[in-house]
Design a protein around this ligand. Sequence first.
Ligand SMILES: Cc1cc2nc3c(=O)[nH]c(=O)nc-3n(C[C@H](O)[C@H](O)[C@H](O)COP(=O)(O)OP(=O)(O)OC[C@H]3O[C@@H](n4cnc5c(N)ncnc54)[C@H](O)[C@@H]3O)c2cc1C
Length: 540
Amino acid sequence: MGIECDYLVIGSGIAGLSFALEAAARGGNVVVVTKRKVNESATAHAQGGIAAVLDPQDSFENHAADTLTAGRGLSHADVVDMVVRDGPQRITELIELGATFSMAEAGASGEPRLDLTKEGGHSARRVVHAEDITGREVQRALGAAALHADRIRILEDHMAVDLIDLTKLGMGSGVGGAYVLDGQHGRVHTVVARATLLACGGAGKVYLYTTNPDVATGDGVAMAYRAGAQIANMEFFQFHPTCLYHPQAKSFLISEAMRGEGGVLRLRDGTAFMDRHHPQKDLAPRDVVARAIDYELKRTGADCVFLDMSSQSPEYLRERFPNIHEKCLCYGIDMTQEPIPVVPAAHYMCGGVVVDVEGRTTVPGLWAAGETSCTGLHGANRLASNSLLEGLVYGRRAAQSMLTHAGQRRLVVPPDWDVGEAAPSDEAVIVAHLWDELRRFMWNYVGIVRSDKRLQRAARRIALLQEEIREYYWKHLVTVDLLELRNIADVAELIVACAQFRKESRGLHCNMDHPELRDEDCGGDTVITLGEAPRLHSAQ
Ligand SMILES: Cc1cc2nc3c(=O)[nH]c(=O)nc-3n(C[C@H](O)[C@H](O)[C@H](O)COP(=O)(O)OP(=O)(O)OC[C@H]3O[C@@H](n4cnc5c(N)ncnc54)[C@H](O)[C@@H]3O)c2cc1C
């Protein structure tokens, strides 16, 4: 089956839906394809909130300065300035769309006021939130608006397999849509579009432990890379220090506030260890705690460490952390009586598909927004709550840009997906095994603390796995599992290549063989394109 539209959006999180609503409001016909149900995204899991300057005591300059500090010299100042200045208006639009955020008590004027919280790295109260389920509320509001919009068609359970590369096909230039697998019927459709937006979110599933939902397999980065787009800064992957460690618990965050309330990290034998790593012990910054846990796990060979909350009474813990208490009980862990097993987990991909301030990639016909993209906002580390903001800002900007620049692009109908001699997958066990193997060695060799030797080992293994995956891919009909495996392998290749290229430690990239920050020869973005070695784009 062939589908034609003006604008194809791949992904239905905050970036994809912000784009779709803006493009449709300006008269474009939009098709949104999404891997599962419309509201299944990282956006829906976001807890903290969205950063924006809304307090009269705060300023754009302060928000920009905090963002630049987190980015350790690699954030692009022009992008940072633009994003923080767009923030307040985007929040107003979300509220007009129907999103409900937590309110503070009215001030002296009697005017209702948003409740703004403060998070690590922010110098002012500027985080808009809906209790501790901000993402769920934002996703609900955007999803409901998109489902009711006239010119938006949403195809659930439709996974983009690859971009239609018109250049490669000799039928034009750049990207002309995507081949999309209809997961219910197992058929691959051709979706032809004047322009395409990648809004596929992050890639936490590349790692064994992650806070990300199952859809986060880096499909956007992998597809863009295969289509010849520039990719940047993939070595900067943010890890959250404490995720519940339990075979059945997928991606459940144990809030950092628990350490703020007296929680102590301990080894299995009860030894507290944070005093060996930082003077602030358990209250050290997020990346320091993640690195310390990683160090102890590697040193002892243990699977997890433990968060001991015994300094607080059971009554207090039940009242202060009702969700965490309840969730842990579901897994047979009573945190009022015993320590909680935790591991750090892959949380956020700072790198991605290189875009300009309008969300344009380096390939004609292709735009990107949200976690899939690398805009220059985050640099070497992301400031908390800046990612939802980035998705909102760039989703809208990409729509405006695409309507200006892509309206005239021709619709080109390429050959349909050819299954050739491919047979139904007969050995799913191979796919499952490769998934596990890849995620495990990415965790062990390319995780929080890296070394030249580990990166080299990982690179060799990835090359071998990619060969096996390629072989399987060409012989068998595509399935979601197989496509995701192919994508996480490509993303793993990119992370390792960028990490090997950066011979220093900066922000989220820590290599024990190169512990110094070296501005003289590493002070720029790592940029990589298919078939070429990584190179440095010096900071502006
Ligand atoms: C637990 C958790 C807590 C967080 N808390 C915060 C927070 O408080 N504040 C903050 O700013 N950020 C937070 N983040 C980060 C933030 O949620 C994400 O960076 C952001 O939501 C990404 O939005 P997105 O639109 O780019 O992608 P997503 O919201 O992940 O959406 C991606 C979409 O693409 C679809 N997709 C992927 N591949 C394909 C494909 N091949 N074909 C079709 N569809 C595809 C997915 O199904 C999904 O619909 C948190 C993240 C997590 C995991």
